[in-house]
Design a protein around this ligand. Structure first.
Ligand code: BGC
Length: 386
C-alpha cells in the first residue's frame, strides 16, 4: 500500500474519531475570524498543531484561502493556528516565531515579503518543522520544503490575452480575430508588489504576450512606462493604483487622447484604476483586466464595467496544501508537478502548480456559479454572503 493511500486512510480514521468526539457536530466548528484579530486556535486534536500564516485580510482572497486551509486541516484531524499579519512584515515574522514556540509540526506560509522570512525558516528547520510556501514563493532560503501555487506565468499570459481580446485583436479563444482593428491602441500597464515573487511572473507573462503588438505599433504604452519598477504597486494597494492612474491621466492623457485598455494584475488594483477612470469622466470603460475573481469585481464584470478576471480556485489550492502537509507529516515527500520553475535564489523549490481560467461576462455562470465558487445572488449583489 502506498504511503499516500495509508495517509488518506489514517486521515479518514482521525476524521471519524474527531467527528465522533464532537457528537456529529463537525470538527473544529469553534472558530469565527474577526477582522484584524489575533487569529484562532481550535481545540486539541490528535494530529498536532499546524501554523498557517496569511498576509492580509484586506484582499478577500486571503480570507477564503485561510478559511479553506483551516477547514481542510481540521477535517484531516489537525489543530490549526491561523494568523493574518495585516500586511506588516514584522507582525508576520513574529506570528511565525510564536507558531514555532507553540510547537507547530508544520508551517503553511503566504509571505508578505518573499525575502523577509529566512530567519523564521532557519528556526523552523532547526526544529525539524517542514515549511510549505503557499501561493507566494519564499525566497533566499534553503528551508522552503514545498511550494503550492498556480502557474503564475500563465496567469500573466491569460491577463495579456484577455486585454488583447478586449481590444478586439484576439477572439475569446485567444486566436487572432478575423476582423482585428488596426489600432493603434493606447494602453497602460500595472504590476503588483515587487517583494511578491508572483508579481514578476504575472508581469512577465503578460508583457511577453503583448510584446508583438507593442513592437509592431498596434499597441502603444503612451506613458512609456513599461518597466516593472515603474509600474509596480507596493503591497498591492488599490489606492496606490488609483493614484497612479490619476497621475497618468493628467500627465499623458490631458491632450484629449483616451486610454483604450489597462493591464491590471489583480481585481483590487482594477477597482482602483476603474475609480480613477470614472472620476475622470470615462463613462464607457476601456477593457481593464484583473485576477482573483473577487466578488466585487465579478459583479463589475457582469455589469460590463471591468472586462475580465482570472479565476484561481482557492479551494483547490487549499486542498493541495493540506495534501502536502499530510504527506510531510507521514514522512513522505509531497508529489510535485514542477521541479524547474521556482528558483528561490538558493534552490529550486519543488512545486505543485494549478491551472487558472480567464473569466469574461459570458462565462461567469459556467466558471464561477456552476462550480459553487459564488452564488448567482452574490454575483448580482457584489457581496459575499459568507
Ligand atoms: C496572489 C494574487 C493576489 C495578490 C495580492 C498574489 O501573490 O497570487 O492572487 O491578487 O497576491 O494579494
Amino acid at each position: 500500500m502506498s504511503t499516500r493511500k495509508f495517509a488518506a486512510i489514517a486521515t479518514g480514521m482521525t476524521l471519524a474519531l474527531t467527528l465522533a468526539a464532537c457528537g456529529g457536530g463537525g470538527a473544529g466548528s469553534t472558530t469565527e475570524e474577526e477582522p484584524g484579530d489575533e487569529g484562532t486556535t481550535t481545540e486539541e486534536s490528535e494530529g498536532g498543531l499546524i501554523g498557517v500564516s496569511m498576509p492580509t485580510q484586506v484582499s478577500e482572497r486571503w480570507i477564503a484561502d485561510g478559511d479553506a486551509v483551516k477547514a481542510g486541516l481540521e477535517e484531516a484531524g489537525y489543530e490549526v493556528d491561523l494568523q493574518y499579519a495585516g500586511d506588516d512584515i514584522p507582525t508576520q515574522s513574529q506570528q511565525i516565531d510564536q507558531m514555532i514556540t507553540k510547537g507547530a509540526k508544520l508551517l503553511i506560509i503566504a509571505a508578505i515579503d518573499g525575502t523577509a522570512l529566512a530567519g523564521q525558516l532557519d528556526a523552523a528547520a532547526a526544529a525539524g518543522i517542514p515549511v510549505i510556501a503557499y501561493d507566494r514563493l519564499i525566497r533566499d532560503s534553503e528551508n522552503v520544503d514545498f511550494y503550492v501555487t498556480f502557474d503564475n506565468y500563465n496567469v500573466g499570459v491569460q491577463q495579456g490575452t484577455a486585454l488583447l481580446h478586449g481590444l478586439g485583436l484576439l477572439d475569446a479563444e485567444g486566436n487572432e480575430a478575423a476582423d482585428a482593428p488596426a489600432g493603434p491602441f493606447n494602453i497602460e500597464v500595472f504590476a503588483g508588489s515587487l517583494d511578491d515573487n508572483n508579481a514578476h511572473f504575472f508581469f512577465d507573462g503578460a508583457m511577453e504576450t503583448l510584446k508583438p503588438y507593442i513592437e509592431d505599433g498596434t499597441i502603444v504604452v503612451k506613458s512609456g512606462q513599461t518597466n516593472i519598477e515603474q509600474v509596480a504597486t507596493l503591497r498591492w494597494q488599490g489606492e496606490t493604483a488609483q493614484k497612479r492612474m490619476e497621475d497618468l491621466l493628467t500627465s499623458t492623457y490631458s491632450d484629449g487622447s483616451k486610454v483604450d485598455g489597462i493591464l491590471s494584475p489583480n481585481d483590487t488594483l482594477a477597482r482602483g484604476i476603474i475609480t480613477a477612470l470614472q472620476n475622470a469622466g470615462y463613462t464607457e470603460m476601456p477593457p481593464v483586466t484583473g485576477q482573483d475573481a473577487e466578488i466585487a469585481s465579478v459583479k463589475l464584470i457582469a455589469d460590463g464595467v471591468q472586462f475580465s478576471t482570472i479565476f484561481k480556485d482557492t479551494r483547490k489550492l487549499a486542498d493541495q496544501s493540506v495534501t502536502a502537509a499530510q504527506d510531510f507529516l507521514a514522512g513522505e515527500e509531497p508529489e510535485a508537478n514542477d521541479t524547474e520553475t521556482y528558483d528561490n535564489g538558493v534552490k529550486v523549490v519543488p512545486s505543485y502548480l494549478l491551472e487558472s481560467d480567464i473569466v469574461y461576462a459570458d462565462n461567469i455562470q459556467a466558471l464561477l456559479v456552476d462550480s459553487g465558487y459564488w452564488t448567482a445572488e452574490e454575483v448580482a449583489s457584489g457581496q459575499a454572503e459568507g
